[in-house]
Design a protein around this ligand. Sequence first.
Ligand code: CA
Ligand code: CA
Ligand code: CA
Ligand code: CA
Length: 408
Amino acid sequence: MQLKSLMAGVSLVTGTLVALSGTMAQAAPVRYAAETSLTGTAPSAAAGAIYVSPTGTDGAAGTQSAPTTLTSAIGRVAAGGTIYLRGGTYRYASTVTVPQTSNGTSAARTTLSAYPGETPVLDFSAQSESPSNRGLQLFGSYWHVYGISVQHAGDNGIYVGGSNSVIERTVTAYNRDTGLQLGRIASTTPSSQWPAGNLILSAESHDNADSDGEDADGFAAKLTTGAGNVFRYAVSHNNIDDGWDLYTKKDTGPIGPVTIEDSLSYDNGTLSDGTVNSNGDRNGYKLGGDDIAVNHVVRRSIAFHNGKHGFTYNSNPGSMAVSNNLSIDNAQRNYSWDAGTSVFRSNTSCRFSVSGSNDKTIGNADSTNQFWKGTNGSRCASYAGALRWSFASDGRLVVTLGGRQVTL
Ligand SMILES: [Ca+2]
Ligand SMILES: [Ca+2]
Ligand SMILES: [Ca+2]
Ligand SMILES: [Ca+2]
């Protein structure tokens, strides 16, 4: 039932999002299969790989014919080695951790990948909702995680505490805190060792929800993250709190600058089944906290039909570079900045069916922007209609509005 419900949810959200009504059209689960066909940037078959299957055993050799378990494979993989997860559902009651001592190198990341053409799903339904019940914890550095779904964890689905890893084509869904979150390994971890230089690539995060509705975002690099973390071609939707959250707090100090590019955030604040929690913040991209300046970069990204603001500075008074973004029909402001010295270039704001509020920006905004102050600018004519998206075989995010491909 768990797999079935994930498949149903994924097929639903990969269908058509009708802009005017918010109704999702039905669609066969075709894209889910295509998305994990691994024909694009997937790691190629590696000699000496360790094979893992849902029916593997700890003591098995880890060959194709004698697969082992994920936890055993993590314990024995060499730096730069490869673990293949065969398709199917892996049920865990305890967190799976890649320890801080397990590192690849910049020349050869250690790979944890779906076996080509297959879909491994790590399911943590057996966990209760608790901060100590994360799904997959990546504390090692220089890893490449590819093509894995993590669902129903009692806290984050995937938590990245290490640095310089690539997290690609993952799907984090129905977890009871943020789907994919970056943060320090322990409360004693110094800020010099906060996770840095990670790339979240062609990843999807949806329907994550905590019971009080306050914390579960799609993606978060917040509170205790270092410099150089990048989200590219990432899609966050139907999470109970925000699509992205870059919150920073006085008691832990500023996080490092984050880059979000070529990404999509839609319908956050409302789960796919229609659930809304009044505690949810519901922003597409929440870019700050506690009046702390951090100079994030947000470019070529789309906020669509989120329950509060599309892009919000959220009290970040820094100099963010905000360029070539598109924000449509978010419930309050499409762009919301009340302070700071951010630089805005070539951003577009449109309203077709949600009245909302006028955009507000403080900082350096020139005439290349078309903000919404009661009327649509000329560029909006190209952006009317239903939202659809998919990942191209090379991992690029392809978004269409009204059947027209969006190029920002
Ligand atoms: Ca948590
Ligand atoms: Ca919140
Ligand atoms: Ca909570
Ligand atoms: Ca949040």
